[in-house]
Design a protein around this ligand. Structure first.
Ligand code: GAP
Length: 445
């Protein structure tokens, strides 16, 4: 699938057509690298977040959830190193006024024709590289001066560090334990792109696991394995997932060791999730900058005090949605006709079941509507469709990734049974209509 530009184009177009993802402010010409999730996209995104929260918080007793604010005290970003170090080196071209990442000139294109790399046109005039901070700045309160500057957070992690003592004490936790967050983050990326892969506004699912120094390497291995297991559980193809260890030049300023889990996106292998050993860097810096003690005191041996090390797992929601969509996309021939089918894991699928009356007469619509009311009342996302041939209705739901289709036909009216069609295998079973809710619920759990 690597470098499959065609697949990317097909995905973008399917996402718009079916209501997964739209370009932000499209009627105004769009906003650079910001995307809106439509009716199906928002459900898929919620299901991704739900799967993460379930694995990281609800199924464990050693991780607590948190929802910290986006706007934080500006000193947080000095302590974290983001004010000084969260930068990309940029060069400007005085001839065409475009700006490029100094370390990516080979992969960038000059906006002028014929297409060349920056610096390759005779009159290109590139400046020396300057550091550009990726944090979005705004002002808090009515006065727009330097004292009022605050930042839109570029990661959720810092909210977990500054709340370390609050969560530890209120949750009556003991080390090792973790803090999990899902929330928006913002980065003024210089080279965003590849649809929702790299955007300027995005959501992260991050977990900070606090451990005793010395046990960090063991926990690091544990979390690498756990996160890979989670990805397999989403139904992603194992052969499109791999680890990549950061070399000395790739390591972030806070990391002792870091692995990316990479996914083979249609444009090639790229970072999907980061697992980082952040040592005690963040807690030490916050202790220093805030003047507040952030040490952990062992409740059994009160002489044992230390600043915990942190193992972090950090993944983007949008990046997960993109991996899930790319993995799910299939084109195949069914009974002499082509179909596009999104083989989304039933737990992630936006709509779980579509209900179709075979024809609009002979009590079939009424029976189908009753069935859909029951599904709605049971909280199973469903869709009613009575327009067009049954084949076309199946195709529309295949593209939306709906795993099950229920057809109400003449026999349904006579004996109270319906057929249930399985999206991937095309198998059709006949079941009692009263069993539908229980049957579908079992399959989407
Ligand atoms: N707290 C550590 C941290 O933020 P990161 O590697 O910069 O580490 C973690 O980001 C994850 O967040 C990435 O692996 C990616 O999934 C997602 N992410 C980062 N920047 C992104 C962007 N501009 N657009 C979409 N997702 C992004």
């Amino acid at each position: 699938m690597a470098n499959d530009g065609q697949l990317m184009d097909k995905l973008v177009s399917l996402c718009k057509r079916r209501g997964f993802i739209f370009q932000s402010s499209e009627i105004y010409g769009g906003t650079g690298s910001v995307w809106d999730y439509g009716p199906l996209g928002v459900e898929l995104q919620r299901n991704v977040k739900e799967a993460w929260w379930r694995a990281m918080v609800h199924e464990r007793d050693d991780i607590e959830g948190l929802d910290a604010a986006i706007l934080m005290h500006p000193r947080v970003w000095e302590a974290s190193g983001h004010v000084a170090g969260f930068t990309d080196p940029l060069v400007d071209c005085k001839a065409c006024k475009a700006r490029f990442r100094a370390d990516q000139l080979e992969e960038s294109s000059c906006p002028r024709k014929p297409s060349k790399h920056p610096g390759e046109h005779g009159d290109c005039e590139l400046t020396e590289p300057r550091l550009f901070n990726l944090m979005f700045k705004t002002f808090m309160g009515p006065v727009e001066d330097a004292a009022a500057v605050v930042y839109l957070r570029p990661e959720t992690a810092q909210g977990s560090y500054v709340n370390f003592q609050n969560v530890l004490n209120s949750g009556r936790q003991r080390i090792p334990f973790g803090i999990a967050q899902i929330g928006k983050a913002f980065r003024n990326e210089i080279t965003p792109g590849n649809f929702i892969f790299r955007t300027r506004e995005f959501e992260q699912m991050e977990m900070q696991f606090f451990v005793e120094p010395g046990s960090d390497e063991e926990w690091f291995e544990y979390w690498k394995a756990k996160r890979m297991e989670w990805m397999h559980g989403l139904g992603l193809s194992p052969e499109r997932l791999r680890f990549h260890e950061h070399g000395p030049n790739e390591l972030a300023h806070y990391a002792k060791r870091a692995f990316d889990i990479q996914y083979e996106f249609p444009f090639g292998w790229s970072e999907f999730e980061g697992v980082h050993n952040r040592t005690d860097f963040d807690l030490r810096r916050h202790q220093e900058y805030s003047g507040k003690k952030l040490e952990y005191v062992d409740p059994v041996d009160r002489n044992k005090r230390y600043l915990p090390y942190v193992i972090e797992t950090a993944i983007g929601v949008g990046r997960t949605v993109l991996a899930v969509l790319a993995d799910a996309y299939h084109e195949e021939e069914v009974e002499g006709e082509n179909r596009v089918v999104m083989r989304l894991h039933p737990r992630l699928a936006p709509t779980k079941v579509a209900v179709f009356p075979l024809v609009r007469k002979d009590d079939m619509p009424e029976l189908a509507e009753k069935l859909q009311r029951e599904l709605r009342a049971a909280g199973v996302p469903s869709f009613f469709d009575d327009s067009g041939s049954i084949g076309r209705r199946y195709r529309r739901q295949d593209e939306a990734g709906t795993p099950f289709g229920i057809t109400v036909d003449g026999q349904s009216v006579a004996d109270g049974t319906v057929t249930i069609r399985h999206r991937d295998t095309l198998r059709q079973d006949r079941i009692d209509a009263t069993q539908t809710v229980a049957y579908v619920r079992d399959l989407i759990r």
